[in-house]
Design a protein around this ligand. Structure first.
Ligand SMILES: [Zn+2]
Length: 123
């Protein structure tokens, strides 16, 4: 499962045909497992992103709301965070929305929350 290694390498690669079933810590392989790929399979990158989000409750909350199309804008993400009691996170999102003159999506809010948490931020 997830380690401190901050790359898709820290999670398992899903099985073929989308992935190569490499286990965490291994690179991705091609050509039936004989050749090391320089890049990670897209599904592995997606699995890693999902794991990063799942590790941060506030990010997961917003990500779920974005997936359900309940949140589209960073401003709405901040409102949802307040509603659920994530005051510090809401404040960081609000601040970012303001710094970017309102140009911040719900998805970008999720990425921001993950970055803050991984940097040892507000939680
Ligand atoms: Zn792979």
């Amino acid at each position: 499962m997830a380690t401190t290694d901050s790359s898709p390498r820290s999670v398992d690669c899903p099985p073929p045909p989308e992935g190569c079933a490499a286990t965490a810590g291994e690179p991705c392989f091609s050509h039936g497992g004989t050749r090391e790929r320089r890049l990670f399979h897209q599904v592995r990158t997606a699995a890693w992103q999902a794991a990063r989000i799942a590790a941060v409750p506030a990010a997961k909350l917003v990500a779920d709301a974005v997936a359900a199309r309940k949140v589209r804008h960073g401003k709405h993400a901040a409102e949802l965070l307040v509603e659920k009691g994530y005051m510090a996170e809401a404040e960081r999102v609000r601040q970012a929305v303001s710094e970017q003159h309102g140009h911040m999506s719900g998805k970008q809010s999720v990425a921001l929350l993950v970055e803050i948490a991984e940097a040892g931020g507000t939680r």
